[in-house]
Design a protein around this ligand. Structure first.
Ligand SMILES: [Zn+2]
Length: 247
């Protein structure tokens, strides 16, 4: 039987015909998957609600000729309700699944799956600011794909830091000799926050000032936009004064 099982996070869905949906998922072992969920838009559907964005599920799929077919779906984590009830969590989750959707086949590793599940779980629990969960997720997802921004020595010439300019196009923190004229200066506290977000040092992240948090978010958004080619549209809906805190 050409069937297989895997654990998945639903990234997005779109309508197919009268009652079906195409579901795009990041799976633990099979990379990114697109599959048809038949009859899912009928109220009588057995697994409709388990195949909504941000849901984590154990699914069984049947290998179709073009698209695979979802045969079963068991919920492993319903973070959707806790996320959807808060606008900041919802917009952050949306940006996270959109970033995950940008991963190519080689990048869609089990580590990316686990990172996304962990990020959605953290959002649903509300233990940290939603924007910080998103920022940490973006930094670590890019790092897993080999695009970690330089946050210590100059990302361009390698000169030992600390440095105080951040240029997304040059790979992160750069020295003043490498930075183009007019590059934004970054506070030491913001650089330190970026390092904490990357390392998952939540005590330091949670204690950061609103100014540093906003500045770090702006830099991470710029860096993610630059590296994720087409940009992450959802980032524009995440509300914070992005430039506040940069000089
Ligand atoms: Zn340099």
């Amino acid at each position: 039987m050409p069937t297989y099982r895997d654990e998945v996070v639903v990234l997005r869905t779109h309508k197919l015909g009268e009652a079906d949906r195409i579901v795009t998922m990041l799976s633990r072992r099979h990379g990114k998957l697109r599959a048809v969920a038949k009859g899912v838009r009928r109220t009588s559907s057995r697994f409709g609600a388990r195949l909504e964005p941000f849901m984590v599920a154990d699914v069984q799929l049947y290998q179709g000729r073009s698209l695979d077919i979802v045969q079963q779906a068991e919920s492993l984590g319903s973070y959707g309700a806790d996320i959807a009830a808060h606008y900041d969590r919802y917009t952050s989750a949306h940006a996270m699944v959109e970033a995950a959707d940008r991963l190519n086949e080689a990048e869609a590793t089990p580590q990316q799956y686990l990172l996304l599940v962990g990020g959605l779980r953290a959002l649903s629990r509300g233990e940290h600011a939603a924007r910080s969960v998103l920022d940490s997720y973006l930094l670590r997802a890019m790092a897993l794909s080999g695009w970690a921004p330089g946050l210590g020595e100059c990302a361009r010439c390698g000169r030992t830091g600390p440095h105080d300019t951040f240029v997304a196009q040059q790979g992160g923190i750069v020295c003043r000799d490498c930075a183009p004229v007019g590059a934004a200066r970054v506070d030491a506290s913001t650089v330190s926050l970026l390092q904490s977000l990357m390392a998952g040092e939540w005590d330091a992240v949670d204690a950061a000032s609103p100014g540093s948090s906003a500045a770090a978010s702006g830099l991470i958004a710029a860096y993610a936009q630059w590296h994720l080619e087409r940009g992450i549209r959802s980032l524009s809906h995440v509300s914070t004064a992005l430039q506040e805190g940069t000089r």
